[in-house]
Design a protein around this ligand. Structure first.
Ligand code: DQA
Length: 143
């Protein structure tokens, strides 16, 4: 069984992206961490990162067979309406993750158009948030 770990625009730069906000862990570190969390269940992580909304949508459409998804949409949280429609049709549980506490930042980050569709949202806990999201899937996703 696969868990989809889907990261959006600019998250491939983690480790060298505004490290004061996003920290020094790379996306590879995060992918490894999520893999550790779900290994005991026999789940495997399929990790994808895209800088464009269309590719995000294509990956979602291609992984309806996953047990669930952990999604950090990056700035697509703000106005990613097509991604929202794709998530509305996603047949598995999914958790929205943000490394930073978006409500402690600029007001344009305070509302996610995606969050109302998520099973849950984790923000502000850095890379730990991805681990917690994986644990949430262990509880809510069916094998
Ligand atoms: C982010 C928060 C977004 O507002 C921002 O555009 C990102 C990263 C986070 O993980 O904190 O790209 O999703």
């Amino acid at each position: 069984k696969d868990v989809l770990l889907l990261n959006g625009p600019n998250l491939g730069m983690l480790g060298q992206r505004e490290v004061g906000i996003y920290g020094t862990d790379t996306l590879f570190d995060i992918e490894k961490a999520v893999g550790e969390e779900v290994a005991d269940r026999g789940w495997r992580v399929v990790a994808r990162q895209h800088d464009s909304e269309g590719e995000m949508i294509g990956t979602l459409q291609g992984h309806y067979g996953a047990v669930g998804a952990v999604v950090n949409p990056g700035a697509l949280m703000i106005a990613g309406w097509s991604l929202r429609d794709a998530l509305a049709n996603y047949p598995r549980p999914w958790i929205e993750v943000h490394l930073s506490n978006v409500w402690a930042r600029e007001s344009f980050r305070h509302e996610s158009v995606l969050a109302p569709l998520a099973n849950g949202v984790i923000a502000g806990l850095g890379p730990l948030g991805y681990r917690l999201a994986a644990r949430a899937l262990l509880s809510v996703a069916a094998d």
